[in-house]
Design a protein around this ligand. Structure first.
Ligand SMILES: C[S@@+](CC[C@H](N)C(=O)[O-])C[C@H]1O[C@@H](n2cnc3c(N)ncnc32)[C@H](O)[C@@H]1O
Length: 314
């Protein structure tokens, strides 16, 4: 098998200077007048929805130290700190530009900021946290991309990750089909979080295993490809995530797993405008296009909530 390594670190550290490139669901829902809110039963932000959703699975009042990795503009954490002001929050991000944005969004709140690559954090530093949040960023971590022809490997990271394939196959009985791209970085993220015994973990990203089969709006249905797909963005590329591999790793660390699509976190309200937009095969105006795209995201994104079986660390 031949692979090249796709990474986004250089882009995030040196090139990212605008957020126009990627409209995350979290950012799309943040403005009070966001046209995406029209699709939802409750017209709240993503952070408010997520806080309420997690509160049904996790005793949030027991959380003291909360780590958010790759918090983008900081909107999710702003919502969490508004709803639970006693949280001790740490924002860790590889991007100096976005860390500065987070400082602005979270100004006046007591928050620690760390500029670093999450994959470089030590287990001892992670032990301090009761909960970790990684929203819509697993696809940014390194991916081994299948190649028909054998590339030359001089990059030590590529060699290290290539060697890890066999470790993952052996340790977690993971199977990789001969031509698939491998979310090697996302797997390392889960291994790191679970290995540090963080009691509660929330992750989300575009999935290659999600699908939509809606009998009312079949024109928007899509099937799961089952293999990480490339998403080309400005200055970098990401890959959709094979969540079943992450589930296997989390279970090996004795975590209880809750898995689902964003629609669980963001239930829809089917008003006339939403129904009209979804009935159209092609959108008739900008608003319909936004609604159709948002509808797709509600099913394309998956989340995992991982809860350590024994709440004791160590
Ligand atoms: C697509 S944005 C998601 C932002 C935010 N969580 C949201 O949902 O709007 C990806 C975020 O992950 C950060 N990131 C990417 N690679 C990272 C790494 N290796 N370590 C830490 N943060 C990283 C980026 O700088 C950015 O803040």
């Amino acid at each position: 098998m031949s692979y090249t390594l796709n990474t986004t670190n250089d882009y995030h550290v040196h090139k990212l200077s605008t957020l126009g490139w990627e409209l995350t669901v979290c950012n799309a829902l943040y403005p009070g007048n966001s046209p995406c809110r029209i699709v939802l039963k409750s017209k709240a932000s993503f952070g408010e929805h997520l806080f309420n959703f997690l509160g049904r699975l996790i005793p949030l009042t027991n959380i003291n130290n909360l780590l958010e990795v790759g918090g983008g503009m900081g909107y999710l954490m702003k919502d969490f700190l508004t709803l639970a002001p006693n949280l001790q929050a740490t924002m860790l991000d590889i991007s100096p530009f976005l860390l500065q944005k987070q400082k602005e969004t979270l100004a006046g709140l007591s928050v620690n900021f760390r500029e670093m690559d999450f994959l470089k954090i030590s287990a001892s530093d992670l032990h301090a946290f009761d909960m970790a949040i990684l929203n819509e960023n697993l696809g940014d971590f390194p991916t081994l991309v299948f190649q028909q022809t054998s590339p030359e490997h001089n990059d030590p990271d590529a060699i290290r990750y290539l060697n890890k394939i066999a470790d993952y196959e052996e340790e977690y009985s993971l199977e990789f089909t001969p031509t698939e791209n491998i979310n090697i970085g996302a797997m390392e993220v889960v291994e790191k979080l679970c290995g540090a015994a963080i009691p509660y973990i929330y992750l989300s990203e575009h999935s290659c295993e999600s699908s939509l089969k809606n009998p009312y709006y079949p024109q928007h249905n899509f099937a799961a490809s089952g293999m990480p797909e490339k998403i080309s963005l400005q200055g970098h590329a990401e890959f959709t995530i094979k969540f079943s591999h992450l589930v296997t790793i989390a279970r090996a660390f004795r975590y209880k797993v809750f898995r689902g699509q964003y629609i669980d976190i963001l239930p829809m309200g089917m008003n006339d405008k939403v129904q009209a937009a979804l009935r159209s095969t092609t959108p008739l105006n900008d608003k319909q296009e936004i609604i159709q795209h948002f509808f797709y995201d509600l099913y394309k994104y998956e989340y995992l909530v991982l809860i350590r079986d024994s709440k004791k660390k160590g």
